[in-house]
Design a protein around this ligand. Structure first.
Ligand SMILES: Nc1nc2c(c(=O)[nH]1)N[C@H]1C(S)=C(S)[C@@H](COP(=O)(O)OP(=O)(O)OC[C@H]3O[C@@H](n4cnc5c(=O)[nH]c(N)nc54)[C@H](O)[C@@H]3O)O[C@H]1N2
Ligand SMILES: Nc1nc2c(c(=O)[nH]1)N[C@H]1C(S)=C(S)[C@@H](COP(=O)(O)OP(=O)(O)OC[C@H]3O[C@@H](n4cnc5c(=O)[nH]c(N)nc54)[C@H](O)[C@@H]3O)O[C@H]1N2
Ligand SMILES: [Mo]
Length: 762
């Protein structure tokens, strides 16, 4: 199993040479094709290593990270060095000086999940400064609990694809419903139902209206509206304005199920700021004809309408506003809780919304408590490292950045996920020690002091399942461990014994015994359910049979149906128990960048800003179609998309012509933060002045000694701003950035991203 689908593997001489998708998958993802050849790829880390400068000079700040050679050490030496350094930092600076946030997707598997392992280990070691929320949903995760009392139920218990296919007349989707993203679900996925569901809905006469700068964000027939990126909230407000002023808003629903609509309406009509949010007003911002917005609002009120907002819309400055405005628009239509109507968040973002949840707890590795209370919103990593002792706002609180001495990363790649990589590199110079576990020499591993080679999921036994998938799956090793790589569990086990808590960490179990233990614990939950669809066999039988076990799923869900049926007995977990169109809590925080109701804020990085005079193209840095993040960027499917080895950048033919660019040219994309090379793909399915460069090309600095160096490969995060969504949630804003580009006629530098650094014997 991979995060992007279930498969069987054919192996030869320690390498996976072919994969076959699971027969039950109705629409398997092409990115399975990145797997063959990945086990023995030259980018693998062959054994434990320590950065030469760190070994010779001892722990401390260093400008040589990312530009130093490594010294190979044995596993025993590694364990001794790492245990000694952990103890030194704890004894001298306390546990809060250890940053163990360690964000990232790593691999599926309920036991060998790198984050679960590193967090459990560091908790037993006395705790660590942690991170909260995700790069995926930084704004949603904070704002939506204030508005609807939850954020995860919006995806995990969303209206099902079956209900949409059967009931919905009109999907109005902001950010489209990109099929490419439904390849993936965190922890794995055994079926891909989105394409089929949308086809069935259309066959019934259902329509899709997509708001997106990119036409291909909806596959197949649809109506395409391309607003200027970042103006969706203005468009939503204009649709709301038409509903409010043409007597199309469902006042009875707003009275019974919501609070604060009147406060919002004052703003909508312009009573509070003198600016009525008319279709003409939104037209000037978005570039869309006002009459189209008027027509659409009337159509939305005339039938069963689902308002859908992708997660990308909240991964921008003021990202709190789009989901909040979306739910408000759906509330005005009065269809929340009605089958096929209402609101969705993340259709086309992940293979999770629309898929039925299982009613049981999943097998879970017990974590224990973290004795350190300090935390950061996850995307504040560079701030944390560069601004110790400084205060910042977060969800109504004033927090302080602790002074971090040791950074511990297992299962994630900040050089993939973080913004403004030049700034990140300078921040990574500051701690005493950086530890990285990864199977591959990612840029993060190259910036580490202590490098720990992990196995990949293909090299170990595990089991996996997710909230929104019916199968519990035995993941049996396809090949033996590569070179001197170790399972993260075994690394932590050795460290825990060296540090004196080995028995507590292992509870006396081997990996195999843990897997059996987690399975049997889960099996108990299933056997207690009278309505189970299958009896899970005892572990031995399950493992030797190798077949997945099917769980019961909660089919045909409609989001907020319980609440609609009986709002007194099933209130939302908000202060009022209702949908908070106006939140007194948020209003009370007094932020000037997040008011008490949904509001249009002008971002810094958009085509209407003064910055666009210098950098006139709006870059969409979205998820890659050809891989998951930076994982297996060296795989066949990802490589086939590259242009002379560079990541493709899509541009409208008119913008290309203005710059004298043709298909296949190499360009230098730049702004005042950095620059990268990329390969031109002409595409008239883009709004003019919009360009698109996916995330995930491995960072490849022309001059590794220079934090501001050009990336010769096409990582957009050398360009993106490292600034939070707002004082409320401080989420990631990596989706949008203004750039300019020019043809690159120089000698093309080689791609060195997948080459290991120099590693010398001790
Ligand atoms: N500009 C911009 N940037 C973005 C985004 C955007 O929209 N625009 N999106 C953001 C989002 S939503 C996300 S979720 C992040 C994703 O960011 P990440 O999750 O950090 O990216 P991955 O490449 O998946 O990193 C996972 C790492 O885990 C390693 N790994 C795999 N298996 C194992 C294992 O068993 N053990 C260990 N120790 N390591 C393992 C992989 O080799 C890989 O290096 O990126 C964010 N960055
Ligand atoms: N193949 C693949 N699938 C993935 C991932 C991957 O790496 N590869 N990553 C997974 C992860 S971790 C996450 S969190 C999700 C993320 O899910 P999302 O954040 O929803 O995904 P993106 O592809 O970044 O963005 C979706 C679309 O939003 C559109 N968009 C961008 N800005 C605007 C705007 O201002 N207005 C409008 N109307 N549209 C806009 C873009 O055209 C883009 O294609 O994807 C998941 N799925
Ligand atoms: Mo994500």
């Amino acid at each position: 199993m991979a995060h992007w689908g279930m498969f069987s593997a054919r192996a030869q001489a320690g390498e996976v040479v072919a994969v076959h998708p699971y027969a039950g998958d109705r629409d398997p993802s092409p990115i399975l094709g990145n797997i063959p050849g990945s086990v023995r790829h030259r980018a693998r880390i062959t054994g434990p290593a320590v950065r030469r400068g760190w070994l010779e000079d001892g722990p401390g700040p260093s400008t040589r990270r990312g530009n130093d050679e490594f010294v190979a050490v044995s596993w025993d030496e590694l364990t001794e060095i790492l245990a000694g350094e952990l103890r030194r930092v704890r004894d001298r600076h306390g546990n809060r000086a250890i940053f163990g946030g360690s964000y990232g997707w790593s691999a599926p598997g309920r036991f060998h999940h790198a984050q679960s392992q590193v967090h459990r280990f560091l908790k037993m070691f006395g705790g660590y400064t942690r991170s909260v929320h995700s790069y995926s949903l930084g704004a949603t995760g904070v704002v939506m609990p204030h508005v609807v009392g939850t954020h995860w139920k919006l995806f995990a218990r969303s209206t099902s694809w079956e209900v949409i296919a059967r009931e919905t007349d009109l999907i109005v989707c902001f950010g489209g419903i990109p099929l490419k993203n439904t390849a993936v679900n965190d922890g794995g996925t055994s079926d891909h139902p989105t394409r089929g569901a949308l086809d069935r809905m259309r066959a019934r006469g259902g329509r899709i209206v997509s708001f997106s700068p990119i036409r291909s964000d909806v596959h197949g027939e649809h109506e395409w509206f391309a607003p200027r990126p970042g103006t969706d909230v203005a468009v939503m407000l204009a649709l709301a304005y038409v509903l409010a002023t043409e007597d199309l808003a469902d006042r009875a629903f707003l009275d019974r199920y919501c609070t604060g609509y009147d406060r919002f309406e004052e703003y909508l009509l312009g009573h509070t700021d003198g600016v009525p949010k008319t279709p003409e007003w939104a037209s000037r911002l978005s570039g869309l004809p006002a009459s189209d917005l008027v027509d659409l609002a009337r159509r939305m009120a005339a039938g069963r309408t689902l308002v859908s907002v992708t997660w990308s819309l909240q991964r921008v400055r003021h990202g709190e506003q789009a989901p909040w405005a979306g739910v408000t628009l759906a509330a005005m239509l009065g269809q929340l809780g009605v089958p096929g109507g209402g609101f969705g968040h993340g259709y086309g973002s992940m293979n999770e919304p629309g898929l039925a949840p299982v009613p049981y707890p999943l097998p879970t590795l017990f974590q224990g408590n973290n004795d350190v209370e300090d935390f950061i919103p996850v995307a504040a990593i560079a701030d944390l490292l560069s601004r110790p002792g400084e205060q910042f706002d977060y969800d109504g609180r004033r927090l302080t950045f602790p002074d971090i001495r040791l950074v511990y990363w297992a299962g994630g790649n900040p050089f993939h996920h973080h913004q403004d990589l030049g700034r990140l590199r300078r921040a990574l110079q500051r701690p005493d020690t950086i530890v990285v576990h990864d199977p591959y020499w990612t840029s993060m591993a190259k910036h580490a002091d202590i490098v720990v080679p992990s196995t990949t999921a293909l090299e170990r036994d595990d089991l996996t399942c997710t909230r929104n998938d019916p199968l519990l799956v035995a993941m049996q090793a396809a090949v033996p461990p590569f070179a001197d790589a170790r399972d993260d569990y075994d690394t932590f086990m050795a460290l825990a014994y060296r540090l004196g808590f080995g028995d507590r960490f292992t509870e006396g179990r081997t990996s195999r015994q843990w897997i059996e233990h987690l399975y049997e614990q889960w099996r108990g939950f299933v056997l207690a359910d009278d309505r189970r669809v299958e009896d899970p066999p005892p572990f031995g039988e399950f493992w030797s049979g190798g077949h997945p076990v099917r769980m019961r799923t909660e089919d045909d869900l409609t989001l907020f149906e319980d609440f609609r049926t009986d709002p007194e007995r099933n209130p939302l977990r908000t202060p009022s128990g209702r949908i908070e169109i106006f939140s007194a809590e948020i209003d009370g925080f007094g932020y000037d960048d997040c008011a008490g109701h949904p509001k249009w804020y002008e971002p810094e990085e958009w085509l209407g800003s003064p910055r666009a005079g210098r950098f006139p193209l709006h870059l969409i840095a979205n998820q890659p179609a050809t891989r998951l993040h930076g994982q297996l960027d060296h795989g066949a499917v990802s490589q086939a998309s590259k242009i002379r080895g560079r990541e493709p950048i899509r541009i409208h033919p008119d913008d290309a012509a203005q710059r004298g660019l043709g298909d296949g040219d190499i360009v230098r994309v730049f702004n005042d933060r950095g620059s990268c090379l990329a390969g031109v793909v002409l595409d008239d399915g883009l709004l003019p002045k919009v360009v698109q460069l996916a995330t995930g090309a491995w960072y490849d600095p022309l001059d590794p000694s220079d934090p501001g160096s050009m990336c010769v490969h096409g990582n957009p995060n050398v360009l993106t701003p490292d600034v939070g969504t707002s004082s409320l949630s401080q989420g990631c804003t990596g989706q949008h950035v203004l750039v300019e580009m020019e043809r690159f006629d120089g000698d093309l530098p080689p791609i060195r991203a997948y080459d290991p650094p120099v590693v010398r014997p001790r």
